[in-house]
Design a protein. Sequence first.
Length: 197
Amino acid sequence: MEEKIVYFEEPGAENTGDTLRLALERARARGINKIILASTRGDTARQAAAAWAGSGVKMVVVPHQYGFMAGQRFPPELVEELRGQGHAVHFGTMLFHTERLFGTDTPRVMANLLRTFCQGMKVCVEIILMAADGGHVATGEEVVVVSGTRWGADTAVVALAAPSTRLGDLHITEIICKPLQTKQGRPPQIPPPEKMD
Ligand SMILES: Cc1cc2nc3c(=O)[nH]c(=O)nc-3n(C[C@H](O)[C@H](O)[C@H](O)COP(=O)(O)O)c2cc1C
């Protein structure tokens, strides 16, 4: 099969409108009506709720967990507003940010490996697991997932969801859009070390 992937030249929130449009288009094409979406301060959730109003899409909005970095920034009144519109807002444990709770760096390494695709790929995997752990999506349920680079949205995928207890059942089946690189600008060119014979 052939399918379109949109690559944004730069990561960031300026790609939010395009990402929301592409995510909805692909959800419609696949008959998917549930979209999992990362939103820290509520801006992206608000924009998505307006962009997808009347489409039949039910969002599972996943903000940061309580106690993470600057604390909870998702507005409480927006939680009520979104739930009133039939969406879910799920505050769960961020599985890649365990602060060595189990004495291992594995979650951080997993996160960094996923970030080699882009920041959003790490977030997509993390919020699928969080949403499934919270009972908002079933194992094997096909969903669209939307995330970004710190603010807004620039990454969207189609996935078969699974909870953190069944990581092997999670599949990213399609990439809808992503930024070309994980950070703004190209990395500095560092010459390879001289060959030692
Ligand atoms: C659980 C969670 C983890 C996130 N992790 C990262 C991350 O590792 N790197 C990153 O650039 N953005 C990360 N984000 C940001 C999101 O991908 C997205 O851009 C942001 O939540 C949108 O928030 P806004 O509604 O305030 O625009 C994370 C967000 C959430 C909710």
